[in-house]
Design a binder for this molecule. Structure first.
Ligand code: AFP
Length: 283
């Protein structure tokens, strides 16, 4: 596992350099979710693929930018599922973006996630690593190295509220719940990049991030293997919770296909409890 984390640190610097120096235009292709790919998406994907090709413990890779599973070895133990550049459409307006990694042992499902990591490319480069033991650990790039900053703890209750999807496509239940939070004094924080939005909520002590089922996206937008499940481990280990619209822990999801999505809610315990009440999904 140590070699996997070292590889993530190395690719973080390479991707950051690509973001800062490369062409921001579109490539000729689209990803398997039918979204247009930026050249930067394709390049970040290649950087990660090349780096993991030399890591003996990695059996296979599954990328948001590729259809299917890329087998690397028959002897490796782990499959790394990753979104190479989440929120890439924000690069041209110079907002923060990120890379997300889920490390699975065995079948690709939530209960087999053994560790997760994400990188935030913002004014600084930050990396967070979570395993099933202890709190997630925050690192910050200083020169060409990542230095440990400290463990991440979430409070019982936070102040921030971020909900994705187009509001006209929200259900009346979701709209009423989000309105209620704002009426209680929660502050809106939503950039449209999952990585910086979830990072902000975790680091500022708590709150709620939602990407609900909407009328145009009944299964939500965010992908289970590369986005939802890796962040679920982060939030649970930090002292928060992560569930779907039916109250199921996101760490129990079983994707039928590598690119399956799920409605998802990540938050401090108090906001997730309020969500359960609002959605009528008693524990
Ligand atoms: P892009 O990679 O197309 O910028 O999408 C980013 C993202 O997958 C995720 O990072 C955001 O949380 C979510 O989409 C935002 O979606 P909405 O614009 O529908 O709220």
């Amino acid at each position: 596992m140590r070699k996997i984390f070292e590889t993530i640190k190395a690719v973080a610097f390479e991707i950051d350099n690509a973001i800062k120096t490369e062409d921001l235009g579109y490539s000729d292709g689209e990803n398997s979710s039918g979204e247009e790919q930026l050249k930067l998406d394709v390049q970040s994907d290649l950087i990660i693929e090349k780096a993991f090709a030399n890591v003996a413990s990695v059996k296979a890779l599954v990328s948001e930018e590729k259809e299917g599973v890329l087998e690397l070895s028959t002897t490796g133990k782990y499959t790394v599922c990753y979104d190479p550049l989440d929120g890439s459409s924000l690069v041209d307006v110079n907002l923060s973006v990120g890379s997300i990694f889920g490390i699975y042992e065995g079948e690709l499902e939530g209960k087999n996630l053994v560790a997760s990591a994400y990188v935030v490319y913002g004014p600084r480069i930050e990396l967070v690593i979570a395993t099933k033991e202890g709190k997630p650990m925050l690192y910050r790039a200083v020169g060409s190295e990542f230095k440990a900053v400290g463990e991440i703890f979430m409070n019982e209750k936070g102040k921030l509220n971020a909900s994705g999807g187009t509001q006209q496509n929200w259900s009346s239940t979701h709209k009423a719940f989000i309105d209620k939070l704002f009426n209680e004094g929660y502050r809106l924080r939503y950039s449209g990049g999952m990585v910086p939005d979830l990072h902000q909520i975790m680091l500022k002590g708590g709150g709620l991030f939602s990407y609900p089922a909407t009328s145009d996206k009944p299964n939500g937008k965010l992908r289970q293997l590369f986005e939802v499940i890796p962040f679920a481990l982060m939030y649970e280990q930090a002292g928060g919770e992560a569930i779907n619209h039916q109250g199921m822990r996101l760490l129990e999801l079983v994707p039928a296909h590598p690119h399956d999505t799920s409605p998802c809610f990540f938050g401090s315990k108090s906001e997730i409890e309020a969500l359960r009440v609002a959605y009528g999904i008693a524990q």
